[in-house]
Design a protein around this ligand. Structure first.
Ligand code: ZN
Length: 464
């Protein structure tokens, strides 16, 4: 009996020490990454066709970071207004921030410079301006360092909302019609209750300005940043989600709440309607949320997976050096890409979990709904990957898309479909596979995530 009490006392002391030594700290910073159009170098806008050169700037592009720590090595979550950022450039950013683990996720904006090389002056000619990519790396590292330097005692708030009308904000071009429409946010406030940062996670393409616009813009996230920062203060960070196959507001029919009339497509007002919608839901939910969710531990784990590349176009692009030294896939026909797992915990239990996915995952892989047996599929009956959010136990479950790398679409293996007959009785192939490394991406990433959640992989990750 005596021994038992002693043991209990020891356990309690240990728990108290852990709690007192693990105060939540948070900081934030942002840096502009708007290209200098007066430099003379053309800025090829990414995401649609070739040779779309920027003619001006409507609003600035940013790298926006929130730093979090609870006792151990801080984690910095950065959202970057670019189409995609390759693992090579993420490693360059990390090398400049040795004291923290930096997570870098592209917002996937389709109205900014080509950082991936695929939208140059013509097919087969890179659109990457290496000086611009180097500038993005510098600014991201500077913002991450600044975010860490400004860390102070903080409280966390979390929200998750799935508005009834959210499906109207997606024009999904490929069945099954599945969205991961949940709007999530992590807000960090200091002890004076001033907002430090709001990290927003939602899955939709920032491409509302369409393929003809030539003015640089962060697209609808611009309005999200502006609304959140004007009304709630702090630094707004947007992290995209499972946007594959094809989660886009571009063809959606939206009503402008200011006029009650349809918002004209491919206009800045349309972009604002989307951004204000997300910001409004985030702010309403935060206003009603508990002021402080206790956090005493932050866990980050990462694994590097070697995904077979079956896409002849990607291999040819790599061989032709479209990626300007990045993404060397051609020799081994492999994409070397990180998969990550982030957990904010209290008393050993996850309160918020986030999957870091190196590309554009189909939402049915995030929330479930894969159609397993379609005779039109190329690999029918392939095992269905477990849903990523279904692997988690936390009440708040995020999926960071285009995180630390961009390998294109991540398609359920059972829905992989390049050859006739086609799935869902279609007369021609669905759009998607042409922008995917191959059918092994989804099962390999799902397997890696399962191991990371279980803690079967080493932590912390290698920094280089
Ligand atoms: Zn996309």
């Amino acid at each position: 009996m005596v021994r038992r009490i002693t043991l209990l006392c020891l356990l309690l002391t240990a728990a108290m020490l852990a709690a007192s030594g693990a105060e939540l700290m948070a900081g934030a910073a942002k840096r502009k990454i708007t290209p200098d159009l007066k430099s003379g170098a053309p800025a090829y806008l990414a995401g649609f066709g070739n040779n779309r050169q920027a003619t001006g700037v409507h609003d600035d592009l940013w790298v926006r970071c929130a730093a979090l720590g609870a006792g151990a090595r801080p984690v910095v979550i950065c959202g970057v207004d670019v189409i995609g950022i390759f693992w090579d450039d993420v490693q360059r950013i990390r090398a400049k921030v040795p004291g923290a683990t930096v997570i870098v996720a592209a917002t996937h904006v389709h109205e900014g410079p080509d950082t991936m090389g695929m939208w140059g002056p013509q097919r087969g000619v890179s659109g990457i301006n290496n000086a611009y990519n180097a500038f993005v790396v510098e600014q991201a590292a500077a913002a991450a360092l600044d975010a860490v330097a400004t860390m102070r005692p903080a409280n966390a708030q979390m929200i998750s909302v799935k508005p009834k009308d959210v499906a109207g904000y997606f024009d999904d071009s490929r069945p099954p019609v599945v969205h991961d429409g949940e709007i999530l946010a992590l807000a960090l406030n200091d002890m004076r209750r001033d907002r430090i940062a709001t990290v927003v996670n939602w899955a939709n393409h920032p491409e509302t300005l369409g393929s003809k616009n030539t003015l640089i813009t962060a697209d609808w996230p611009a309005a999200l940043y502006e609304r959140l920062e004007t009304q709630h203060g702090g630094t707004a960070v947007y992290i995209n989600g499972a946007v594959g196959g094809m989660q886009s507001p571009l063809g959606a029919k939206l009503t402008d709440p200011k006029t009650g009339k349809p918002a004209a497509p491919e206009t800045f007002r349309f972009a604002d309607v989307v951004g204000e919608y997300v910001a409004g839901h985030v702010m309403d939910a935060l206003d009603a949320a508990p002021r402080a969710v206790p956090i005493d531990e932050i866990v980050y784990r990462e694994a590097v997976v070697r995904i077979p590349v079956a896409n002849a176009g990607f291999l040819a692009a790599s061989a032709a050096d479209l990626f300007r030294g990045r993404k060397q896939m051609a020799a081994e026909k492999l994409s070397v890409s990180p998969v990550g797992y982030l957990a904010l915990k209290f008393a050993g239990k996850p309160v918020l979990e986030a999957a870091l996915i190196p590309g554009e995952m189909y939402p049915e892989l995030s929330v479930g709904g894969v159609i397993a047996r379609d005779a039109g599929a190329d690999l029918p009956g392939s095992p269905v990957e477990p849903s990523i959010k279904g692997m988690f136990t936390a009440p708040y479950r995020m999926l960071f898309g285009l995180a630390n790398d961009e390998i294109g679409y991540i398609i359920p293996k059972a829905q992989w479909d390049e050859k006739a007959p086609f799935t869902f009785g279609a007369a021609k192939a669905w759009y998607g596979e042409v922008n995917s490394v191959g059918p092994e991406a989804a099962p390999m990433i799902a397997r890696a995530m399962q191991e990371l959640v279980r803690g079967a992989r080493p932590t912390p990750p290698p920094t280089r």
